[in-house]
Design a protein around this ligand. Structure first.
Ligand SMILES: Cc1cc2nc3c(=O)[nH]c(=O)nc-3n(C[C@H](O)[C@H](O)[C@H](O)COP(=O)(O)OP(=O)(O)OC[C@H]3O[C@@H](n4cnc5c(N)ncnc54)[C@H](O)[C@@H]3O)c2cc1C
Length: 483
């Protein structure tokens, strides 16, 4: 039976928390009881998309859950500006954008994906960002695919063909950059980095071509890029998983998990100890790699070997507003400048004004930018925009009228203690089997979810986090039933 069929048969989804009538009937004359009888408790580490969804599924089956979250709010790398404190983002009240501003995930891939279905079930107004809106930067000129094609630019064509053909690549030891054909000149490297390296969480010279190719082959959805018109993503997580919010213990970073004993002993950073019978770990790979969460006994050797094959680069989000849209009312993503691989016209299809750029920089460039003060960072980005749009970035940037300071929102994900980067990417040599190795249950007590453990080709993405949650929940249920 395929995983999705199994999930449907198990009867969760939007009915989470509500017992199905058929199950009530199956209980006979006795009072209704939980679908799965388990006297123990499942602890979930991390209240991002994956942790919340695992908890929701298990709770809907009648299994007791507790979720430990290091931060003071749920959502993880889904963080909407509206839900944040002004002390941290002082310019937030001065923003004029009339749509939700996202500091992390801002779109989903797949109308028919797990998250896409949540959008539909909740009747949320969405907008699609079509590929025709993309602009590609070569020689500091930003043009659409049809404009470059009309101009017969050979490097553009070859680069686009390479991008489209990534899924057909065979082999796993090269970086994306090493796999770029020699015939493509350096002038097109930026647009390739914007579309592949940066999109996958780092840069073309870091990411493994084989791992990316395999992910693209495995992914099964309609590929449409969808954004919410009016609702912050973090609100959707809170609302969809409202049934388990009361089981989330905030401000509780976990330092170690002793799973050699029964019950398992979970020790928080402040020394407080908790007990559980099974644990689902959903923390980012960066936390697992740097020992921010330790395990006794140590995780199996194949786990550690496969974990080493994934990276998590620095990641920066910068929101800038302008007095006028000089990049074009129909432009969506502007990909390929050598300094700023992705500009996203975040108001497209959802703003009356459409004058906001949401900038995402991953990889070494993000490390460099993270070291800059605010003024130096904005100046570097404006220099980049000015080179493409003839000085209009500096000319039209919105400033506070009293202080004449630029209005901006900045989020350095590598500086977040419990995230430490953007999202997981395959290093050269990494395969989907390595994702399977870091997702495999350990002695039916320890389970793994989170974007990096997705094995459906959606790692690094919100839908990957949710797919991993479905997998991990099934594994926990199977282990309970086996006992
Ligand atoms: C800048 C940026 C842009 C992105 N854009 C997109 C996009 O447009 N579309 C898309 O699909 N995806 C995007 N992503 C990726 C997406 O945000 C993630 O894949 C997804 O949110 C990961 O969910 P998760 O539950 O696996 O992990 P997380 O959301 O990271 O959740 C893990 C949780 O664990 C907590 N934690 C960590 N350590 C501990 C500990 N020791 N004890 C207790 N709790 C702990 C963390 O605080 C966190 O809340 C983006 C990510 C970033 C950073």
């Amino acid at each position: 039976m395929k995983r999705r069929e199994a999930i449907q048969q198990l009867g969760w989804g939007l009915s989470g928390g509500i017992l199905m009538p058929s199950l009530l009937g199956a209980c006979g004359p006795k009072a209704p009881g939980p679908e799965i009888v388990f006297s123990g408790k499942v602890a979930i580490i991390g209240a991002g998309a994956a942790g919340l969804y695992v908890a929701d599924i298990l709770n809907s089956k009648g299994i007791k859950v507790i979720i430990f979250e290091a931060r003071d709010q749920v959502g993880g790398r889904v963080r909407s500006l509206r839900n944040q404190r002004v002390e941290i983002y002082p310019y937030a009240p001065q923003l004029g954008s009339d749509f939700p501003i996202e500091l992390g995930a801002q779109t989903i891939i797949g109308n028919d994906s797990i998250f896409g279905r949540i959008f539909k079930d909740y009747n949320l107004p969405t907008t699609e960002f079509p590929p025709t809106g993309n602009r590609f930067v070569i020689d500091n000129q930003a043009k659409s695919e049809s404009e470059w094609t009309a101009g017969n630019d050979a490097d553009f064509r070859a680069a686009m063909d390479f991008r489209t053909g990534v899924r057909n690549f065979v082999g796993s030891s090269q970086t994306v950059q090493q796999a770029v054909p020699a015939a493509i000149q350096a002038r097109a490297y930026g647009m390739l980095n914007g579309q592949i390296g940066n999109a996958y969480g780092s840069s073309n010279d870091m990411i493994g071509m084989g791992g990316v190719a395999e992910q693209e082959t495995l992914r099964q959805n309609d590929g449409k890029i969808i954004g919410l018109k009016a609702n912050p993503l973090q609100d959707i997580l809170i609302s969809r998983f409202s049934a388990i919010q009361s089981f989330v213990q905030l401000n509780t970073p976990i330092a170690s998990i002793g799973y050699g004993s029964d019950p398992i002993i979970i020790t928080a950073k402040d020394g407080t100890k908790f007990e559980a019978n099974k644990v689902v770990v959903t923390v980012p790979v960066s936390i697992l790699k740097n020992g921010g969460l330790s395990f006794t006994p140590a995780l199996p050797g194949d786990f550690a070997g496969s974990l080493a094959k994934f990276g998590m680069s620095a990641s920066l989000r910068l929101i800038l507003e302008f007095k006028k849209n000089f990049w074009g009312d129909t432009a969506g993503y502007i990909l390929g400048s050598s300094n700023v691989p992705e500009y996203f016209s975040a108001g497209l299809g959802r703003s009356q004004f459409n004058r906001t750029l949401s900038i995402t920089v991953n990889g070494n460039k993000a490390d460099q930018y993270a070291a800059l003060g605010d003024d130096a960072l904005i100046s570097a980005v404006l220099t980049d925009i000015d080179a493409i749009y003839s000085g209009q970035g500096s000319q039209f940037i919105r400033k506070n009228l009293q202080t004449l300071k630029n209005i901006f929102i900045r989020q350095d994900w590598s500086k977040e203690d419990y995230i430490l980067g953007g999202y997981s990417y395959p290093l050269p040599g990494a395969k989907n089997d390595d994702r399977k190795a870091i997702s495999r249950p350990v002695v039916d007590k320890l389970f793994f979810a989170g974007e990096a453990t997705d094995i459906t080709g959606q790692a690094g993405m919100l839908n990957g986090a949710l797919a991993s949650a479905e997998r991990a929940a099934l594994e926990v249920i199977a282990a309970i039933k086996k006992a």
